[in-house]
Design a protein. Structure first.
Length: 241
């Protein structure tokens, strides 16, 4: 009898695991279709213009993304320009409050830029990226049923995606990461989705930390570009004069 119970337990666990894997596959398949995954997969480069509202200030910004794995973020603040960039291997930044010279990024900042460089998003091609992805059940957000999909990166950071069961678009993401040895948790809420060249883009993102709003990001224009339209040089750290 004891052996029978063990065998039945193993079979039940195996069935549950299979069902969970099937649910994940179905959820992601619907998400890829809803977001227009083929359109962004075919993109060689992307340029995003917008503004960030934070602490009563408005910061215009532009983001350049180019395959493979390049990204540059530029924001204007009181006629000064903040720059963060990753050339596919190395990250660098210019903080006008610290001086005009570019400085190398630390591990944490570099990791953030590598994530930003994923044009196709974290949920696509996750096995190749060596992420662990799992279906964590359903949860209601303001009366809307969402599917929870958890992503764990090789370095242990995690993101839980709440995918709207009606639209199959991402409604919210909870993230947990290590920043300078400290655990940092944040929530991003996505809304105002618009079709941009066949790809659905959230034109508004609100970020929360410790339950408080940390700022809002608004996209004004989202353009898919040919790789040749954006020079690789803009991602490279400027040489000292």
């Amino acid at each position: 009898m004891k052996r029978l119970i063990i065998v039945l337990s193993v079979l039940l666990l195996s069935s549950a695991a299979t069902l969970t894997a099937q649910n994940l596959k179905s959820i992601l398949k619907k998400h890829y279709a809803a977001v227009g995954q083929p359109a962004i997969n075919a993109a060689e480069a992307v340029v995003i213009n917008g503004k960030i509202n934070q602490m009563g200030m408005e910061l215009p910004f532009v983001i350049y993304q180019k395959r493979p794995g390049k990204v540059k973020f530029e924001a204007t603040f009181q006629d000064m320009q903040l720059v963060q960039a990753f050339d596919g291997e190395n990250g660098w930044a210019i903080n006008p409050m610290s001086g005009p010279e570019p400085t190398d990024m630390g591990v944490t900042e570099k990791k953030t830029m590598q994530s930003m460089a994923e044009i196709e998003g974290r949920l696509y091609n996750w096995k190749k990226k060596k992420y662990k992805v799992s279906y964590e059940g359903d949860e209601s957000i303001e009366g809307v049923k969402t599917h929870k999909v958890k992503v764990i990166t090789p370095d242990g950071d995690s993101e839980t995606y709440y995918i709207d069961s009606n639209t199959s678009l991402i409604a919210k993401v909870d993230s947990k990461s290590k920043v300078q040895g400290m655990d940092v948790e944040a929530t991003k809420v996505y809304s105002d989705y618009k079709d941009s060249n066949g790809y659905m883009v959230a034109f508004k993102t609100e970020t929360f930390m410790m339950g408080q709003s940390a700022g809002e990001l608004y996209i004004v224009n989202f353009e898919i570009k040919k790789g040749a339209e954006i020079s690789d040089e803009i991602f490279m750290k400027p040489k000292a004069e």
